[in-house]
Design a protein around this ligand. Sequence first.
Ligand code: NAP
Length: 281
Amino acid sequence: MRADLAAEIRRLGAEGVTPGLAAVLVGDNPASATYVRMKGKACDEAGLYHETIRLSRDTTEGELLGLVERLNADHKIHGILVQLPLPKHIDTGHVLHRVSPAKDVDGFHPENVGKVSIGDATGFRPATPYGVQQLLVRSQIETKGSHAVIVGRSNIVGRPMAALLLQDGPGGNATVTVSHSRTRDMKSVTRLADILIVAIGKPEFITGDMIKPGAVVVDVGVNRVEDPSTKKGYRLVGDVKFAEAKEVAGAITPVPGGVGPMTITMLLYNTVQAARQWVKA
Ligand code: NAP
């Protein structure tokens, strides 16, 4: 996918356009800083222009909104991403709604949420569920007619994941169940899944006995768990107990290394799509 992207970036370059991404990081959350750094590195490798704007954690909402407005008007920038979570004194909704829908490569603006839910391809699909869908399509996993069970209903992963799997087209046409923290008897629900997608942020929550034999398991979770035997004192695990699950599943994504790199790739895709739509407009 990165190679396809590089070809499209060259085509845009021949038309005098370099797709540009601005990442805004407020505060010093170490995980957020790592994500932004990885996104910047991926932009460099792909040949995208990128800027990272780092703001202190006491930045006011007004200052952040002013920055978003400036980026909305900046012709070098086709995609804007505001790294979440934001500090508590800033209303995340206010900020995400101020990003121009044409530059909202995270797909969090209500206009894009609406477009994605009605299957309008000009809407930006949130990078993580978009990446999961591409993972399935490019691994030749049939979604059509399959029962996909999603665990988690966040606006970033679970809900848009359901919208994408429901669409009429490649990587869609699934029968979709969305479960969450109030779901009764979770095991009986997850065991129905031909495709089980887990995004809850609970380390190793899904155990082998919760998976139907042969099911495809996509683990979106990224959790730090203490591990004194490692240099950093922690290691990353998913929401699925991998060692057990892989014995039961037909296919499974690892953590780290599964959904994470796809998310970054899809963010670059969306930025290139934004630049392409800007050229056409
Ligand atoms: P979130 O906003 O905290 O939402 C978690 C969802 O999981 C909520 O819908 C919650 O249900 C549900 N949930 C929590 N505990 C549950 C339980 N015991 N049983 C069933 N459902 C439960 O999280 P998120 O932003 O979607 O992220 C989820 C995970 O994915 C995190 O580990 C995050 O780090 C990871 N993530 C990874 C990537 C990537 O690129 N790899 C990208 C985004 C997120 P309620 O709604 O009922 O509270």
